[in-house]
Design a protein around this ligand. Structure first.
Ligand code: CA
Ligand code: CA
Length: 554
């Protein structure tokens, strides 16, 4: 701060006021998790704990929780976005629109329409969705399905800048929410199922100018380039479609990277760095400081994109600056985020593809079933299936209970490989799956991050596909694909409350306060990869149609 101030004082008064405004934004973003009146970024703060210090809604009062308003999002393709809040206005996205909504009356303040070519939808693998935006420096920043990043004026909804990042005809799309750190907007692409070369890109918050790219696959000659044969890395996947978290003290962004392409691993022998990894990068430059790979040479579409939750947490009697990550591959990782050291990796669902993680090398110990697949033998089956022990929908962490709240998935699968050749912008997967689901396809769990001990759990026949959120009032919120918005006691797991929202909940709840009153907001609107691609006849009676709901104590 002091350095910025001194430098700008020399340059002139105009620059000075800009620098002060920018400094204020940085501080607000740093403290977002402590300031319950606003929710500026995805994850309810840079640490992505999805924890709120608010207590008004608690196990004693929650029976009075009732809807205040519902706002139609004019959308039938799935509402996976997390809303954000600033100064009594809620900002909400779909794949085609951005809305500003009065937080108390539920009336629209402005909307901004996006236009894109219809053939964009051809390269969207897993739902015509958007997962939200970020508020910084008087702007609302979001990404678009057709590969652009856009900043809107918070007050008017008018476009401030829009930058084309990638060409969607190459197979790229953007569905994730950006992160904003140190004056840089960070966004990452989807598209591993279309043979993209995945990357994270940084844009100047003020101008929208592209500053750098961090590629998530390594070409020959680059560090890690020897983990890919020939030119396979140039269409090797490694998307990054879930928002990274940020530690302002370390000035590091922690971003998860997706699966290598195609899914059948025989065409790409090697570890395939830096797919299925967490990469710690500097937001200003994109410089990679450390990485850890969850699934080397992934044969199962175990995207490593799931969110990275940051906390100070006791590990073996020592307080550590940790990063917690429940991976698609079924292991719950606890990593020292200062240096990438693996501290713990315990299964959080039934895991049969690996017998454990070697704590010395950090590598998974592949099971007999996976060895069968690697040897080209039929008759193998592993858990979890490609949907993972958990998918993109974020978990939460309570610094009070020290537990993680995770909607986990129960599945097993096998597949037959199909020969596939890379063609620009075409599907590049190369398998036919065979799913094997138990009766309960999902389990909501409260888990100790280090021991993996389950403190409480609730089974769901249709798995939950929404985020969780937990509060200092000791209430944990989540939603069901059959439409119920649900609240549980965070310590005991006792179900406290529910409300039927009218469509399936695949969104991410938030809570916020205004004039001393606590509110809870969540999007409802069925869609996304499970309802589209997995197929579950039990969802046939759940109507589509998005709405943003806000609740308060009556
Ligand atoms: Ca806040
Ligand atoms: Ca994938």
């Amino acid at each position: 701060m002091m350095r910025t101030f001194a430098r700008c004082a020399l340059i002139g008064a105009g620059m000075l006021s800009a620098a002060l405004a920018f400094g204020q934004t940085a501080q607000e973003l740093n403290n977002d998790h402590k300031t319950p009146g606003d929710v500026l970024t995805n994850g309810m703060g840079y640490n992505q704990q999805r924890f709120s210090p608010l207590k008004q809604i608690n196990p004693g009062t929650i029976k009075r929780l009732a809807p205040l308003w519902a706002f139609s999002t004019n959308n039938v393709t799935g509402d996976e976005a997390q809303a954000t809040v600033r100064d009594g206005i809620i900002y909400m996205t779909t794949s085609r629109q951005t809305f500003a909504i009065d937080a108390i009356s539920g009336k629209q303040v402005w909307k901004n329409d996006l236009e894109f070519e219809n053939d964009v939808l051809r390269v969207v693998c897993c739902g015509i969705v958007n997962r939200g935006g970020a508020i910084a420096d008087g702007k609302f920043v979001r990404a678009t399905l057709d590969g652009q990043v856009q900043a809107l004026d918070l007050k008017t909804g008018k476009e401030v800048w829009k930058t084309k990042s990638v060409d969607y005809t190459d197979g790229f799309s953007y569905t994730g929410a950006p992160q904003v750190a140190n004056g840089v907007v960070l966004v990452s692409t989807s598209g591993a199922e279309y043979g993209i070369r995945g990357m994270i890109e940084g844009f100047d918050l003020t101008t929208g100018k592209s500053l750098w790219r961090h590629y998530n696959t390594a070409l020959p000659g680059e560090p890690g380039g020897d983990t890919w044969p020939a030119d396979t890395a140039s269409h090797g996947g490694g998307s990054g479609w879930v928002t990274g978290s940020y530690d302002p003290d370390l000035d590091l962004i922690f971003w998860g990277t997706g699966n290598p392409a195609p899914w059948d691993p025989t065409s790409r022998p090697g570890d395939n760095l830096f797919t299925d990894s967490v990469v710690a990068i500097r937001p200003k430059t994109g410089e990679r400081i450390w990485t850890y790979q969850f699934t080397p040479n992934d044969p199962f579409d175990y995207d490593g994109i799931n969110e990275m939750v940051l906390a100070d947490h006791m590990v073996d009697g020592k307080m550590r600056k940790v990063l917690m990550h429940a991976d698609r591959n079924g292991f719950l990782y606890v990593i020292d985020r200062t240096n990438g050291e693996l501290l713990s990796a315990k299964p959080f669902v039934n895991v049969t593809w690996a017998d454990g993680v070697d704590m010395k090398t950090g590598r998974p110990i592949e099971s007999a079933e996976t060895k069968k697949l690697r040897a080209g033998l039929p008759g193998w089956e592993v858990s979890p299936g490609a949907i993972g022990g958990k998918n993109w929908f974020p978990m939460s962490y309570s610094p009070i209970t020290k537990l993680l709240y995770i909607n986990t998935l129960n599945s097993a699968w096998s597949y037959s490989p199909i020969k596939v050749e890379y063609k620009r912008g075409q599907r590049f997967v190369g398998i036919t799956p065979k799913w094997n689901f138990p009766e309960n396809r999902g389990t909501l769990k409260a888990i100790d991050p280090v021991s993996g001990k389950v403190h409480w759990a609730h089974d769901f026949k249709i798995p939950n596909w929404s985020g969780t959120m937990v509060t200092a009032g000791n209430v944990m919120f989540t939603g069901a694909q059959t439409g119920e918005f649900l609240a549980y006691d965070a310590t005991t797991g006792k179900k406290l409350w529910q409300f039927q929202t009218g469509s399936g909940v695949v969104g991410q709840p938030i809570t916020w306060e205004k004039d001393g009153k606590q509110y809870v907001t969540v999007a409802s609107g069925i869609g996304g990869v499970y309802s589209l691609r997995i197929g579950d006849e039990r969802l046939a009676n759940v109507p589509a149609g998005g709405a943003l709901w806000t609740f308060a104590l009556q």
